[in-house]
Design a protein around this ligand. Structure first.
Ligand code: ASP
Length: 319
């Protein structure tokens, strides 16, 4: 018998549509009424939050981590149900924490529990299957949606409503949930993990667009900033004026990390014009590999809360 801890956090998977089709948060979570027709799995469920996932914060993510850490010895695996809007951020956050070596699987739904073709129960049962499978143990935090298993580091929501919304650009999924089997074709990569007791700090994300000058950066108060994420163009380039303005933040001791706004590929210092990647890297901006901007933001926030500074911070952010 596998004992699985289920932590419900809210999201569409626990919501219902009304007569007009408007989706609302329930007082009673429909996932608690799913009878689990899976042999050999015993579920203990806890409604830890009941949040639409746009309300999810790093503090909530830390509470999830601490709850898993505290209860893990009693369970063989953990399933977290979550709103899909920020699911990838919670998955990445947890994947960066020192979790015990049991499977931790996040899932959600794109259609609420009483909508036609609702995917909630299906994804939930698949997540339970994956979390109770020994092969999931050394794969890091996993996201199971629409019969696919994705690594927390790479997975992202790609469609507003489609049930196949979760994709892993560049790499593809880690595995598949089949009718009778669970198949993995890749292993998780080694990573640095932290054991945080608290998380705080202001690390906003700045997007880029043609014709951008310093208008967004001008409204930031460097006194209140702990770090900055820039979602740069292409291989990692910025308009000259933006690059110049970032120098002021760097001189004020604000760490700045850069990712590309491209959906696929990795930012790297290639272009040597003013504002090009080579210039930005020389100025001291970190080039973050293989993370989108929201995950790079969590990475910097976690690193700062873990006390990383100087070369150690650079090595972690660029590693
Ligand atoms: N807005 C919802 C949420 O993230 C979307 C979902 O769960 O699919 O809570």
């Amino acid at each position: 018998m596998k004992n699985i801890l289920v932590l419900h956090t809210g999201g569409t998977i626990s919501m219902q549509a009304d007569m007009e089709g408007k989706v609302t948060t329930n007082h009673e979570n429909p996932m608690n009424h799913v009878s689990v027709p899976l042999n050999g799995i015993h579920v203990t469920a806890l409604d830890i939050f009941n949040l639409p996932s746009p309300y999810m914060t790093p503090e909530h993510m830390l509470t999830l981590y601490q709850t898993i850490k505290e209860k893990a010895t009693q369970y063989d695996g953990v399933v977290i149900t979550h709103g899909t809007d920020t699911l990838e951020e919670t998955a990445y956050f947890l994947d960066t924490m020192e979790l015990p070596a049991i499977p931790v699987v996040l899932t959600g739904a794109m259609r609420s529990s009483n909508e036609l073709g609702s995917d909630g129960v299906y994804n939930y049962l698949n997540a339970l299957r994956v979390a109770s499978h020994d092969k999931a143990k050394d794969k890091g935090v996993l996201v199971v949606m629409n019969d696919e298993i994705h690594a927390a580091k790479y997975v992202t929501k790609t469609h507003t409503t489609n049930v196949g919304t979760f994709q892993t650009p560049t790499h593809g999924p880690l595995g598949l949930v089949m009718k009778h089997e669970i198949l993995y074709f890749k292993n998780a990569e080694p990573r640095v993990r932290f054991d945080l007791e608290q998380i705080s700090g202001l690390v906003p994300i700045i997007p880029t667009y043609a014709g951008m000058k310093t208008e967004l950066l001008d409204i930031l108060d460097s006194q209140n900033l702990d770090g900055l994420i820039i979602e740069a163009f292409g291989a990692g380039n910025l308009p000259k004026e933006v690059a110049d303005k970032l120098t002021d933040f760097l001189e004020a001791g604000i760490p700045i990390a850069l990712v590309s706004r491209c959906f696929n590929g990795i930012a790297e210092p290639v272009y040597a014009y003013d504002g090009g990647g080579v210039d930005l890297h020389q100025k001291g901006i970190f080039f973050v590999k293989e993370l989108n901007a929201p995950k790079a933001r969590l990475k910097l926030l976690i690193a700062l809360n873990a006390g990383l500074q100087g070369e150690q911070l650079r090595e972690y952010m660029e590693g």
